[in-house]
Design a protein around this ligand. Structure first.
Ligand SMILES: *Cc1c(COP(=O)(O)O)cnc(C)c1O
Length: 430
């Protein structure tokens, strides 16, 4: 135990650097333990987690109930494959479809697989139900989207790093600017072979871009008008993160499937979930839609060895129960407002920070420097030294997304850490 603690952080950094693919550029901190909103590094230093594994850990690190469900299932049955039935999947399917108000679930593992599944379902729906000529289906996507890393998904990324030298790329995607209903309308009008509009209700990776309040509702109306499926990727925004169960719930914090209860709810045709669906314990993703759409997938046409495994079912059920039992959605909404209010007070007199934006506990600050500057990175290093972990996204933007179990007292402590850290950068900015 003691010798382990004495091993310096450099040992671990060196191992990864020597033996791993260099596919990430992590902040130099080596974590060894997590509990709730806290993380500890290998030297025992404690941090607030302000990334939550890209919103996978909404329920907090190592949530005791989720871990208990995981342990129990791990000791009983972990994987059957879908060659056979298991006694967890059906109950999970019933639970999760009721929870989100859809008729059917297709269970996968990673977020990218969920997106791939939605693409396949919508294309097939286009051919079988809409009457699009074979191989002509188009899906509308937005500039600066992030939907994952598979070959097809990166084919419609607009980020050169993501895409370059991975071709040939998959066809069948048409781009519009984000938050541009007029462009969506023109695109739908001009091409009868469009089968879906795939969209993030808030663009998380792009820098927490929150669209105008009519964008998603307007997209809903246009998709209905042109018989196109509205496919919402809520892998990052869903499950309480933005202060409602789903970002498409608008201003509602109801605790049951929103559909029947909220006037602001915008119902997508296909909903993609991942990340916090397991509370960050296990890769679980899912695609939800009604039978009319889901039934285009028949035996042998799609699948995954681990998709719908009993561990995933047990863990995801508990992870969703925790969201409601602990009223994490409501907490995210209330504390998100506190967070933006407090930061806005600071920003009023700041030269280094331009603005704070976001919804619920998915927020970001924009640093007053060029996107290729290292100011945001240096701020994150200083935040780390001061006990808070966050990561820049797209150069000069820092995302702040703590686990939703954070208390007001902890949040105000974090605001203090953030503003004190930022103060150190005010004088160095020209
Ligand atoms: C993280 C993310 C994905 C991809 O999920 P993976 O589990 O990393 O494959 C897709 N869409 C959005 C919006 C995401 O945030």
């Amino acid at each position: 135990m003691e010798t382990k603690q004495q091993v310096s952080q450099d040992y671990y950094l060196d191992l990864e650097s020597r033996h791993g693919a260099h596919d990430y550029h992590p902040l130099p901190v080596v974590l060894a333990k997590g509990k709730g909103v806290y993380l500890w590094d290998v030297a025992g230093k404690k941090y607030y987690d302000f990334l939550s594994a890209y919103s996978a850990v909404n329920q907090g690190h190592c949530h005791p109930d989720i871990i208990e469900a995981m342990k129990q299932q791990a000791e009983t049955l972990t994987l059957t494959s879908r060659a056979f039935h298991n006694n967890k999947l059906g109950e999970y399917m019933k639970f999760v479809t009721t929870y989100f108000g859809f008729e059917r679930l297709l269970s996968m593992n990673t977020g990218a697989e969920g997106v791939e599944t939605a693409i396949k379902i919508s294309r097939k729906w286009g051919y079988l139900k809409k009457g699009v000529p074979e191989n002509q289906a188009q899906i509308v996507v937005c500039n600066n989207n992030f939907h994952g890393r598979t070959t097809t998904i990166i084919s419609f990324s607009t980020d050169p790093d993501t895409k370059a030298h991975f071709g040939p790329h998959t066809n069948g995607f048409t781009h519009i600017p984000y938050d541009d209903l007029e462009a969506l309308k023109q695109t739908l009008e001009s091409n009868p072979n469009i089968v879906g509009f795939l969209v993030e209700p808030i663009q998380g990776e792009a820098g927490v871009y929150t669209p105008g309040k009519d964008f998603i509702s307007g997209a809903r109306a246009l998709c209905s008008q042109y018989n196109v499926l509205l496919i919402t990727d809520e892998i990052q925004t869903g499950i309480g993160r933005t202060g409602s169960l789903l970002a498409v719930c608008g201003d509602c914090t109801c605790e049951d499937a929103c559909e029947q209860q909220s006037a602001t709810y915008i119902r997508p045709d296909i909903l993609i979930l991942g990340k916090a669906l397991s509370g960050g314990t296990y890769p679980v993703s899912g695609v939800l839609c009604d039978s009319e759409i889901m039934d285009v997938i028949q035996p042998g046409q799609h699948g995954s060895t681990f998709g719908g495994n009993p561990m995933a079912a047990a863990v995801a059920t508990k992870a969703l129960e925790v969201i409601k039992d602990e009223k994490l959605t409501q907490n995210a909404r209330r504390l998100g407002e506190v967070f933006r209010n407090e930061l806005n007070k600071y920003i009023a007199n700041s030269r280094i920070v331009q603005l704070v934006r976001g919804k619920g506990l998915l927020n970001a600050i924009v640093i007053n420097d060029t996107p290729d500057s290292d100011t945001a990175w240096n701020i994150c290093l200083k935040l780390r030294d001061n006990g808070l972990l966050a990561k820049p996204t797209h150069g000069n933007i820092i995302r702040f997304a703590p686990p939703l179990v954070i208390t007001e007292e902890q949040l105000l402590d974090c605001v203090k850490i953030i503003t004190n850290t930022l103060k150190g950068f005010e004088k160095t900015s020209s």
